[in-house]
Design a binder for this molecule. Sequence first.
Ligand code: GLU
Length: 448
Amino acid sequence: MSSAAGAVTDALHELRTRFAGVRDGVPADYIPQLAMADPEAFGLALISMDGHRYSTGEADVPFTMQSVSKPFVYALALCELGLDGVSRWVNAEPSGEAYNAISLEPGTGRPDNAMVNAGAIVTTALIPDTADTPRFDRILDCLSRFAGRQLDVDEAVYASEVATGDRNRALAYLIRSAGPLPVDPVGAVETYFRQCAVRVTTLDLAAMAATLANGGVNPLNGDVVVEEPVAAQVLAVMATCGMYDTSGDWLLRVGLPAKSGVSGGLIAAGPARFGLAAYSPRLDPTGTSVRGRIALGALSERLGLHLMHNPALAASTVTLVTTADDLPSAPTEEQERALRERVAVVAAQGALDFTAAERVLYALDESGPEETASVVLDLRQVTGIDTVARSMLCSGLARLTEGGRRTAVVDPAGHLEVTGGGPTAPRRFTSREEAVERAAREAGRPTT
Ligand code: GLU
């Protein structure tokens, strides 16, 4: 049976068909086991903030995360040590260099960022290692929660990298010799190899990207994997450093935080929109999947995901700015009109953030004939409000009151409720009629 949402799968499928013929690049072979990957495998997946899953091609074929593990282990380090605690040892500057570059900041010895190998090894070393919870268990648990299922290690790929990973070991020795790092990067290299060998599918990667895009909450199961600020910090570093020496060009053309890995996996996150992932082992010279790069680039363009694009105007926030229409009847028409001119109503809808709150505050000022004595703010159609918008609205209403206008809020859901109340908590009503009636009655009286 064909479903309406099948149109999303069709869009993925169409991209896969369009780019499946691209045969540029070869699978990585410096880790011998990776050279055995099927060069034709090509999976695409997309997961929405509601946890809707779409995929096409080899989206269930397992492969190892490699560098795609780096942002998630960075997230774990940020949870454990905080941004300042991590930034002391790993910088957050785009290096403009290859993933395995041997470059440390002169003076401090800090690696450029957590997305290149040097920074990733330090990041892994910063994860606590205790007798009851070894470092790798913490990492695997964290990666699994991002994916929404228990992940495991591809032991053959791990062994292959252990046998050939001297460049990364050399990097670790260099880091140890260069700075006062309180943890041992050399000891952490084997754990880093293990994290790179964690096995995922394209759909798993899309879930992991979607969790970052969703403020750290896994959209498949509601698990709060990391706090929202940590998700934002990780996305910021992915945006500037996730694509190694092509990060600037990627941000320019595709406009999404992303991370690639040498097994052919690639993730991109559209904040508050989608998690995207691609898998195709043919790599370009920078170590990024050739088809993954073009497919996710095309997908971002097709879905209008570029972060710097002017977003489509949200539905209007303010739905009504008018004098009251539900006034209690007054003895004469003239008295009723007089009342009407003294009470204004502003109604808002949707989710209120700072931008939306600014519109509402402006409408409150504009409401009704000049300086009506009372204004009713109707929030019944508001679906959500963030803390910034709440405090802006409360102080805006308080300013009106100070200026001599009476205010009342129709807010049965308690959007403006501030714990502890206080002088800025506005008067709350459950119906517009009730609020308007009260406002009308009081309209003539002084506010103090
Ligand atoms: N395990 C690989 C390495 O450290 C990861 C590199 C990558 O995926 O970019 O060389």
